[in-house]
Design a protein around this ligand. Structure first.
Ligand SMILES: Cc1cc2nc3c(=O)[nH]c(=O)nc-3n(C[C@H](O)[C@H](O)[C@H](O)COP(=O)(O)OP(=O)(O)OC[C@H]3O[C@@H](n4cnc5c(N)ncnc54)[C@H](O)[C@@H]3O)c2cc1C
Length: 455
């Protein structure tokens, strides 16, 4: 199945050259695939019609949200790209949960929930991504240490399967479909609606910004912070020390490094002081303490410039992300990325997320079996011409992460062979192949994505 022979018999297909060119890249701009046409459905029934027609015509389709993937996951080679952003309706808060359609942006879910004093349990740093898009990969959050990833806050889904059935599912009803739609990379169906659990929030946050110059102290404190469950949000980074000097003259990113952690607690009435909030922590420096409204904090990436946050669509963003066993994190950091090309070292940064395994439940979110986990992501912005220098470095680091017992996080750039995909999913792989046969028997859903039909 390589190209779409007919027009799907669906009137709304967009074949405008400019639109096809724009839809040939995702946020990563590492992979380029040109669709034959773009469909813009406005309802779940229209999604079902398109997928049924794709089955009749043996035409590949890829479901796309905001296109923020970094390895071509949301692209289509010669098939129809189904732009889900027209399915953007959001329900009211009801018994601490709310419905949102698969193409709704998390930003809009946040504003609707917050108006009633709630927020979703978990949020990505950037909120322009869609509900269906993040539920298809996991949605790791600054609150995941307590509330799990976004996939664990979904209590019910409506999915249009790869053979065009429109089905509702939950952990107790059609649980197989529920479990493969979440973190399923759009391989088993299109998520057209999700019911999402919310939590009540306080109106203000206080942010304590801590610096560690020692990885052991950083990790010990993160263990304590997770155990205490006092801070709702942990925002952690590894940054090169004396960044300019090292990068300009040595091209060396992590010759010296510091860990910067923002610990954030919600409050109402009187804000907590550092003595109370930071009791027992062993940081090198309290860099600052700031108060914001909670809504300003969670939406802080809105409208930020590319220099402040990567959202320059003209540059390539070949990130490499994964989840490491707690025990191998320090060793991995000592060995990985000791050298990066100078052009990359200037903008690269490492985002970290301390997690507890017991808060993860989706079977397709692959992670080490250890009790504590460290989420790792190196975020890079580089002109397309610089990719040939960067990708081998990322590929090597990916190998190191896996050798250290880690698992890759699949929204980032991944260059796995079939053998590596099978190893990544381990005992889940045969289940996935069976799910593919059951829910997408003709293999129309994104055949350039996971090689499940070849498995
Ligand atoms: C600036 C930035 C910040 C980010 N921050 C975080 C973060 O904090 N935490 C985190 O976990 N991730 C983060 N990500 C990664 C991001 O969450 C994922 O790439 C996510 O999949 C993007 O959602 P999207 O709507 O853009 O989906 P797309 O990129 O359009 O699609 C991603 C995948 O999901 C599938 N898909 C999309 N919509 C649906 C649907 N309705 N039904 C079924 N399958 C679907 C696609 O086929 C594709 O395989 C970030 C990305 C960027 C660019």
């Amino acid at each position: 199945m390589t190209a779409c022979p007919g027009g799907l018999g669906w009137e709304g297909l967009d074949t405008d050259e400019g639109a096809l060119a724009a839809a040939s890249v995702d946020f990563g701009r590492v992979v380029s695939r040109r669709p034959r046409a773009i469909a813009r459905p406005a309802s779940a029934e229209e999604v079902a019609e398109i997928i049924r027609a794709a089955n009749r015509e043996e035409c590949p389709v890829t479901v796309r949200g905001a296109g923020h993937s970094q390895g071509g996951q949301s692209l289509s080679e010669g098939g129809v790209l189904v732009d889900m952003t027209g399915l953007d309706r959001i329900g009211d808060v009801d018994a601490g949960e709310m419905w949102a359609q698969g193409g709704a942006r998390w930003r809009d879910v946040v504003h609707r929930a917050y108006a009633e004093g709630y927020l979703p349990l978990a949020l990505t740093t950037h909120l322009s991504v869609t509900v269906g898009g993040t539920l298809s990969v996991a949605g790791l959050s600054e609150t995941t240490h307590t509330y799990g990833p976004q996939t664990d806050s979904a209590t019910e889904l409506e999915v249009v399967t790869g053979d065009g059935r429109r089905l509702r599912c939950s952990p107790s009803h059609r649980s197989e479909l529920f479990h493969c739609a979440l973190c399923g990379q759009g391989q088993f169906g299109a998520i057209t609606e999700a019911r999402i659990r919310l939590r009540r929030v306080l109106p203000n946050v206080r942010l304590f910004s801590l610096v560690y110059d020692d990885v052991a102290a950083f990790m010990e404190d993160m263990e304590l912070v997770m155990e205490r469950e006092y801070f709702q949000y942990i925002d952690a980074w590894c940054l090169p020390a004396a960044r300019d000097v090292w990068q300009r003259f040595a091209g060396t990113m992590f010759a010296r490094r510091v860990y910067v952690v923002n610990l954030i607690v919600e409050w109402d009435g009187t804000p907590p002081g550092p003595d109370e909030a930071l009791e027992g922590l062993n940081y090198a420096l309290l860099k600052g303490c700031a108060d914001h409204s909670t809504i300003r904090y969670v939406t802080r990436t809105e409208g930020r410039t590319p220099l402040e946050w990567f959202e320059d669509w003209g540059q390539a963003h070949p990130s490499m992300e994964g989840i490491l066993p707690w025990e191998s994190f320090a060793g991995f950091m000592a060995e990985a990325f000791t050298e990066l090309p100078g052009s990359v070292a200037r903008t690269a940064r490492v985002m970290l997320g301390p997690f507890r395994n017991e808060r993860f439940h989706s079977p397709l979110l692959m992670r080490p079996a250890t009790e504590l986990l460290m989420g790792f992501g190196i975020l890079i912005e580089v002109p397309a011409a610089g990719l040939q220098e960067v990708l081998p470095v990322l590929s090597e680091a990916s190998g190191r992460l896996i050798a250290a017992g880690g698992k890759r996080y699949l929204s980032s750039w991944v260059d796995f062979t079939l053998e590596q995909w099978v190893a990544h999913f381990g005992e889940q792989w045969p289940r996935m192949v069976a799910w593919k046969r059951e829910f997408d028997p003709r293999g129309v859903l994104n055949p350039a994505g996971l090689p499940l039909s070849r498995g």
